[in-house]
Ligand binder design. Sequence first.
Ligand SMILES: [Zn+2]
Ligand SMILES: [Zn+2]
Length: 287
Amino acid sequence: MEASYSQSPPTPSSSETLMAALLAVPAAQLPSLARALGADARRLRCRLAFLLLSPPHFARALARLRSMPLPAKAKLLGRVLLRSLLLLLPGLCPEGYGGGSLHHLHLPHPDLDAALLLLAMCDSYSPAASSPSPVDWRAVIVDDVVASALSVSGLGATPWAALAPYVDAAAKCRRFADVVSEDRAAVGGIGKEGEGSRGASYAAVLALPPVAGDGAPCAICREEMAPGPRGVCALRPCGHRFHWHCALRWLARRNTCPCCRAELPSEDPVAETRRLWRAVERMARGG
Ligand SMILES: [Zn+2]
Ligand SMILES: [Zn+2]
């Protein structure tokens, strides 16, 4: 998987789509977006440097990574790439498509360490080199980090320079989600349509606004939603209303509105990546 990750560059169209969406960001917002991304990149670089300088921590992160089965590694990679897309989104849409999926931003430290190592290994891996076995990953990554630190020393002068690595990772994240969706379709018969069978994000469901019932029937159970302040919620983004208990049961299995199939944030990183990318594509088209 590491090989296929590093051998498959993002298709130009993904980066172009993101850049088209970013070009619509008002110029006044770019510096603050760039500052936020720059601060995040620095934090991640510092953490990777700490791991490289502390053999026990490096060994622990590597052991954790090695103990993960392949699907868990893929999920971790998906989450860390999705993070890049989420960090770009406040600039793309200030009202926040990322709201409700912000929990995907926060990786617990052991996961973050394993993810940083996995990404560094992907970046440093060169299939052409006849590497000794076992690979001394710490030495390989240190060489790579030093080389790239020397080559990027002039970066950061413009907002676009801070955005570039995140655009790159967000483009990879779409490609990654496409590949995983195809695999899922091949393995479990869960296709692109079947993504709806994955539940909505807990945070997004908890944030749904309670509304007063108006006596109309609930589209899930067909029973009347009694007038009054309790028991009914409105889905975001579409505003369709259901009994709370009907909506909770529905959203535990799907992240789409039963009336109009509007998408809510998903608990699944791959489904969430695809949802956010559809939003980015709409923004790139100016919609
Ligand atoms: Zn109902
Ligand atoms: Zn709806």
